[in-house]
Design a protein around this ligand. Structure first.
Ligand code: GLV
Length: 319
């Protein structure tokens, strides 16, 4: 029997499958486990099932000890994990691609609709008790039909967002490290372009690339200035891909029309200037937040941990 440390609350189905085979020490506090507590608990762990709020670095791997075999992240993004530090220590790192693709694309579309149709503003007016009535020019937004969506990062989530946007009558261009499957590109009518072209032709830019040194502040003042002043920026990937201070300035000065953010540079903090702007929709990292999706993510992470502990190939290793 191995010792499995789970760094936060996860759905019962995943805990059950871990407990069926191993001794499980799961943090069940409503607040995140603190660093000190985490360093203490991982000592002697053979597997760590981690949430994206916990940093898994060399210090933590050493605190666990040389018997550690696997870190199974309950997230597709793994910028919280120092993968080279895992590799150096012979620890397998895994993530949860695929199972959250649709939920995250749904949130991207939600933010696109909320921003372009000014739904947050409308809700705030009603809740404030301010008087309002239907008016020909009241809270006019912008239609999606015939407009262009620019997708940065055309992996599974980018493609799922493109598919939804197509159903709304949008054209799709994308920027990606690699060409996508030609059949999928044809189905979506999606054209691969360089980032500067994407920024200049898109009416909505949606960010779906992973975060790392190469994508830190990929969208900054210069990129925002390259967008149309009628365009919107949506980010459901990772906060630091967008320079939040530059975005706040661009939104305030009308450099772009609006934005929708599910992720932030210093979560859970949000840049104070964004909080007072009406042309940005702010939601608290809900991309994968459905019961079904979170259950599937946790079960996949548990399957990854169990496979490695049993000496098998995990279903979704980080490569
Ligand atoms: C969520 O943000 C994830 O990466 O799964």
């Amino acid at each position: 029997m191995s010792r499995v440390v789970v760094t936060g609350r996860i759905p019962e189905a995943a805990l059950e499958s871990l407990r069926a085979e191993h001794e499980v020490d799961a943090w069940d506090g409503t607040e995140s486990i603190g660093r000190e507590e985490l360093l203490r608990r991982v000592a002697g762990a053979d597997a760590i099932v981690s949430l994206l709020t916990e940093r898994i670095d060399g210090e933590l791997l050493d605190a666990a000890g040389p018997q550690l075999k696997v870190v199974a992240n309950v997230a597709v993004g793994y910028d919280n994990i120092d993968v080279p530090a895992c590799t150096e220590r012979g620890v397998t790192a895994t993530n949860t691609p695929g199972v959250l693709t649709d939920a995250t694309a749904d949130i991207a579309l939600s933010l696109i609709l909320m921003a372009t149709r000014r739904l947050g503003e409308g809700e705030r007016i009603i809740r404030s008790g301010e008087s309002w009535k239907w008016g020909m020019f009241f809270l006019l937004g912008s239609s999606l039909q015939g407009k262009t969506l620019g997708i940065i990062g055309m992996g599974g989530i980018g493609q799922a967002t493109a598919r939804r946007a197509k159903a709304f009558g949008m054209e799709v261009v994308y920027q990606s490290r690699s060409e996508i499957d030609p059949d999928i590109a044809a189905e979506l009518g999606a054209r691969r372009v360089e980032l500067d072209e994407l920024l200049s032709v898109s009416d909505v830019v949606s960010v779906h690339c992973p975060y790392g040194p190469a994508t830190h502040h990929l969208i900054g003042a210069e990129e925002l200035a390259a967008m149309k002043d009628t365009a919107y920026l949506v980010n459901t990937a990772r906060g630091p891909i967008v320079d939040e201070a530059a975005l706040a300035t661009a939104l305030r000065e009308g450099v772009i029309a609006g934005a929708g953010l599910d992720v932030f540079e210093n979560e859970p903090q949000v840049h104070p200037e964004l909080l007072v702007l009406d042309n940005v929709v702010l939601v608290p990292h809900l991309g994968s937040a459905t019961v079904e999706t979170r259950t599937a993510m946790a079960v996949l992470a548990a399957d990854n941990a169990l496979a490695v502990l049993n000496g098998q190939q995990p279903p979704t290793p980080i490569r």
